[in-house]
Design a binder for this molecule. Structure first.
Ligand code: NAD
Length: 342
């Protein structure tokens, strides 16, 4: 699939066959396209905004408007269109329109192209919306007529190009083995980057897990910042030391298992104790995250000790991460709690 190792058709011929098409060429799309291009792929950047197309052309990219997509037969279409939140719901209209456009463009495609969702979308979107929309417009069946993947992006807007070229991990959610193989092959120039294979839904969900955790982490430090300032402390110095010394901040497996209250000795006592300290300063109301943390944990404790619902959920759950093996039993969870709360 790459210039140095593949046939000209696979890389992308000047007749528009092969290569990669980016559908939605904003921050993520352009970083994706430029990154693949840097690795030797022939890339076309497609966008519905004519201003954007003109700008990308001035920057030296091969860029086309939406209507011209039908003239090309790339090996893969990467959908990276906006997914804004409108009135509290994720607006998937851009994703649906892009999927339909890709489907229409595929009608005369001589091969078995791959459709890859890069936009951040709620679990189920790729399987229930994108696959059927592409299928309906192209007259092909997902899996049989085209491959389907979800490949979330973690780049930061300010360092988009560098982040795409040097990712910490590459996550591939796939409909089937063939789709996974095809996208793995496209990412073969990143052989030294860990590749995480998930189901389509779990790949979609993990992007929200990552973003929501980041949002919570930032909010936590903001909440602590206020009370440390009022208490005559140096927040930056405390944070620098905590991020170097506290296991929970650097150990990827600590606290990230889910499904159990934090328990143990220190965390229940210290969370409540610090909230009492804030109360004495008249700042309890300014610690919504800490109050929520305590509440979430208390609710989890109550949930765990309630009837059989928790056990049934755990027994019914299977995860990509543990390869479908059963969830830990109570004894393991209790031991884990003790470690967490140490
Ligand atoms: N910006 C980031 O840092 C970042 C990081 C990771 C993931 N994401 C996610 O990636 C997705 C894209 O984000 P972005 O920041 O690149 O958006 P963006 O607004 O910068 O770019 C989206 C582009 O898609 C174009 N577009 C809209 N509909 C189209 C269609 N049907 N066909 C072709 N082009 C179309 C728009 O004209 C625009 O140029 C979103 O789901 C976002 O949440 C963004």
């Amino acid at each position: 699939m790459r210039a140095e190792e593949a046939s000209p058709k696979a890389v992308g011929g000047s007749d528009g066959t092969g290569g990669l098409a980016i559908v939605g060429s904003g921050v993520v799309g352009t970083a994706t396209g430029a990154g693949f291009q840097a690795k030797g792929y022939r890339v076309v950047l497609c966008d519905t905004s004519l201003d954007r197309v003109a700008l990308l052309r001035r920057q030296g990219f091969w860029s086309i408007d939406g209507a011209s997509l039908a003239n090309l037969h790339p090996d893969a279409y990467f959908i990276s269109v906006p997914t804004p939140t409108v009135e509290g719901r994720v607006d998937l209209s851009f994703v649906e329109a892009a999927a339909q456009a890709v489907g229409r463009a595929m009608i005369d495609h001589p091969g078995h192209p791959l459709v890859v969702v890069r936009s951040t979308v709620p679990p189920g979107t790729t399987e229930d919306l994108v696959g059927p929309a592409v299928g309906f417009a192209s007259g092909r069946e997902p899996g049989r007529g085209f491959g389907l993947c979800m490949n979330p992006e973690f780049l930061r807007a300010a360092t988009a190009h560098d982040d795409f070229l040097h990712p910490r991990i590459i996550v591939i959610g796939a409909l089937d083995e063939g789709s996974e193989r095809a996208l793995t092959e496209i990412y073969s120039p990143w052989a030294d980057v860990p590749l995480v294979s998930l189901s389509l839904r779990t790949a979609e969900a993990m992007k929200y897990v990552a973003n929501l955790f980041n949002a919570t982490k930032i909010s936590f430090f903001n909440e602590m910042h206020r009370i440390l300032l009022v208490s005559g402390c140096d927040p930056d110095a405390a944070f620098a030391a905590a991020t170097r010394g506290a296991e929970g901040l650097w150990n990827p497996s600590y606290g990230a298992r889910g499904g159990a209250a934090y328990g143990g000795i220190c965390l229940p006592k210290d969370t409540r104790g610090f909230l009492g300290f804030a109360r004495d300063l008249g700042m309890e109301e300014l610690m919504p995250l800490l109050r929520a943390t305590i509440r979430v944990n208390e609710e989890m404790e109550a949930f765990q000790s309630s009837d059989g619902r928790f056990r049934a959920m755990r027994e019914g759950a299977s995860s990509d991460a543990n390869g479908g093996r059963s969830q830990p039993n109570d004894e393991e969870l209790d031991r884990d709690d003790a470690v967490r709360g140490a």
